[in-house]
Write a protein that binds this ligand. Sequence first.
Ligand code: SAH
Length: 486
Amino acid sequence: MMLRRSVARLSPLLSNGALRLNPIPPLPSSSLSSHSTSFCSSSSRTLSPTNDHAQSSAHSSPSVAISIDRSGLCNPPEHAHEPSSDSELVKHLKSIIKFRGGPISVAEYMEEVLTNPKSGFYINRDVFGTSGDFITSPEVSQMFGEMIGVWVMCLWEQMGQPPSVNLVELGPGRGTLMSDLLRGSSQFKNFTKSLHIHLVECSPVLQKIQYEKLKCTDESIDEESGTKSAVSAVTGTPVAWHASLDQVPSGSPTIIIAHEFFDALPIYQFQKGARGWSEKMVDVSEDSKFRFVLSPGPTPALLYLARRCQWAPREEVAKLEQIEVCPSAMDLTQKIAKRIDSDGGAALIIDYGKDGLLSDSLQAIRKHKFVHILDDPGSADLSAYVDFASIRHSAQEISENVSVHGPITQSQLLGSLGINFRVENLLQNCTEEQAENLRTGYWRLVGDGEAPFWEGPDEQIPIGMGTRYLAMAIVNKKQGVPVAFQ
Ligand code: SAH
């Protein structure tokens, strides 16, 4: 009851005239309802599970057929001295496969492609927005970060308004969510004064963009730990950057936000066959192209499959021919839950996903279009649906002192946090162009549809993110049920 009052009180009060201009083209009204065409494009990644000998190369065909190479696992093709136009990352992946003497897991492939310290997809460039590869909710509208700010402020009230709080964001991208959160909450001085922001980001280029987005000054580097820190001029809040959650100091109440972070964590893929489950792996064919193969025998990763399936009803597993498992998500969830148990606080995880086992959701997107997962690795984003059930079970397994809530849809989350009041409020004081952007952004955030799929003549327009994106909260039981999840 008290919380409902605080939401109703907070969202219309977010700092008023502060509009962030969004150069996003308007969305045709039809695009919110029709999504089947875009969704179908994901079937270009569907496997052909029965054809043992079907060959597939990343460059010749848009569909992925599995090639089972039972003989050549210890006999990788020789291509070291051929002249090649391969990128650094492609050369690196091929050399791992060569020196490993056989294929690598999909998880290892995904991790190298996204976060290889020299040439991973996220490492050297800004991949967001209309000119980048994909667009995310904070980039769609300022209201997203503002509403997350309302959630964080309500939680801070539930925690008894502690004077010092670690506000951690995992994978902050351009820093837009945090910047909108701070600007939106800037008049709640007691709240902003309590904050210590910790950004967990692997990309030096994105760290720099975050520094600028948060209007940071006073950069310093701790000689011992190597931690970079600064102060955000938006609210005078200290900000520090880390490569992983482990490096964020513990001991203070902590609120963690992870928006579109879990979908970038590496997944393993498994396929059912006559002899049970096999791991799907990435190999190099004789013509030096990447291809999928199935492991001829058991691989250590099958332990991850067993770990995940212990939480699934037998009937659910029996129905599936393929299963994806993300052990990194399980491990990260357990770290989050342990920290919330010991330090107090909560985590809010928002991503596209499902509350149950996933089958085959890995996808590659370059310049707002689906491409083949093995095509020119490092030049396209790889992501997979988030298995929210495994997050719930992982948290519950590690701690009795945390509760897990949701998933609820993004539309329910933002609706409960007062986005309707906020949009009305902002519309009262803006130009026609800003009003159009606000309405468009609002419908993209709460509208119905598949995401992150695109439609329109050139598949340029993202359709509603309201129901495909889900939100889950992990909370220290002392804090009660978080707002929007009651
Ligand atoms: N939350 C942002 C960006 C999402 S994209 C938004 O919604 O706009 C994923 C973000 O996580 C990027 O900032 C990427 O660089 C970062 N990232 C991905 N894998 C990571 C890892 N293993 N460690 C740290 N950061 C990672």
